[in-house]
Design a protein around this ligand. Structure first.
Ligand code: TYM
Length: 340
């Protein structure tokens, strides 16, 4: 026990989260989850199912509950190990909301209105322009800062939010005294932005109207193969890694992230071959990589008691750390201590 505590202090801390808003895509997997599993051996990791973030768009309560359980099973199926990482549900640790309020009062309206994700989402859901959508990045900053996080493994759609988290940490530290670690974003080399298979100008996203644009971790092997074979490339007909061939570039990035070889090695292997051969091989690599994820997912979904126990233990651990940060923040802010 003693050794573990000492280890945890010397190890750097990682925090990241995924919204339980439907099934995970290959983009979530390659942009975040695959990295998370690699990092859990060497870092003190907190991985959260961020259901408070999910309600910034309307959610059916039963679906949200099911999505949360399914996402937890997917975390485990991807190889996140509760013995190594702390896995918890955001709403179970009320400190996220407590810190958010304090940070809200230090965030400028101008900062939030510049957030591209807010601008995009507000265009898409003009009838649901709620305050949560606007202050969403402040909650994300609170998530990160509560755990004195050093590194945040995310895709590059979160870059602007990461900047805000860093600015708020520095702002608080300057206004009061050293309180927060200033976190850094940690982005995968070639898959920080996995693009749609149908439109390589657009990010792969499960909210895409065309399901051929994304691969879900839950897709069958056949569907995965079909989606890759149908993916949009170009008429140049040559396997090269170039910005002039954005569809192919995206597929090569996916290939490299899944199979572990460099982009150069992959391009060399397919030199002189056609797109059909390349796609066929990519499809097999992706299907094989996702096979254990699908199988493990089914296994975990049948073990609900185990899932409940993981998030129970995770919440206790996360809470004990988060409590200390909020206590410190409240004191520095000037809130009277509650004695009894
Ligand atoms: P979310 O749930 O939209 O996505 C989860 C993670 O997947 C990454 N991602 C991608 N990466 C590469 N290519 C893509 N096409 C792609 N699509 C999604 C995202 O960058 C993310 O890392 N605001 C966050 C959740 C969050 C969070 C946090 C993350 C809340 N609090 C604190 C880190 C730290 C979000 O909506 O992610």
């Amino acid at each position: 026990m003693e050794t573990q505590n000492t280890n945890q202090k010397t190890k750097k801390t990682i925090f990241s989260g995924v919204q339980p808003s439907g099934k995970m895509t290959l983009g979530n997997y390659l942009g975040a989850l695959k990295n998370w599993t690699k990092l859990q051996d060497d870092y003190n990791c907190y991985y959260s199912l961020v259901n408070l973030h999910a309600i910034t768009v309307p959610q059916d309560p039963e679906t949200l509950r099911n999505n949360t359980t399914e996402l937890l099973a997917q975390f485990l199926a991807c190889g996140i190990d509760p013995k190594k990482a702390t896995i918890f549900v955001q709403s179970h640790v009320k400190e996220h909301l407590e810190l958010m309020w304090v940070l809200n009062c230090m965030t400028y309206m101008g900062e939030l209105s510049r957030m591209t994700q807010y601008k995009d989402k507000s265009k898409k859901s003009a009838e649901n322009l709620n305050a949560g959508l606007f202050t969403y990045p402040v909650l994300m900053a609170a998530d990160i800062l509560l755990y004195q996080t050093d590194l945040v493994p995310v895709g590059d759609d979160q870059k602007q939010h990461m900047e805000l988290a860093r600015d708020l940490a520095m702002r608080f530290n300057n206004r009061y005294s050293e309180t927060f670690v200033v976190p850094e974003g940690y982005y995968p080399e070639n898959t920080a932005r996995v693009m749609s298979l149908q439109n390589p100008e657009k990010k792969m996203s499960k909210s895409d109207d065309n399901p051929n644009g994304y691969i879900l971790l839950a897709d069958t092997a056949d569907d995965t193969r079909k989606k890759i074979m149908r993916s949009v490339t170009d008429s140049l007909g040559e396997i090269r890694y170039s910005d002039d061939q954005p569809g192919l570039k995206n597929l090569i990035n996916i290939y490299s992230a899944v199979d572990g070889r460099s982009v150069e090695e992959i391009v060399a292997e397919f030199e002189g071959k056609g797109y059909g051969d390349f796609k066929k091989s990519l499809a097999e690599v992706v299907v094989e990589d996702l096979r254990p994820v699908r199988e493990q997912y089914d296994y975990f979904m049948k073990n609900r008691d185990y899932l409940d126990e993981i998030i129970h233990q995770g919440a206790l651990k996360a809470e004990s750390v988060a409590r200390k940060t909020v206590k410190d923040v409240y004191e520095k802010t000037g809130f009277v201590t509650r004695i009894k």
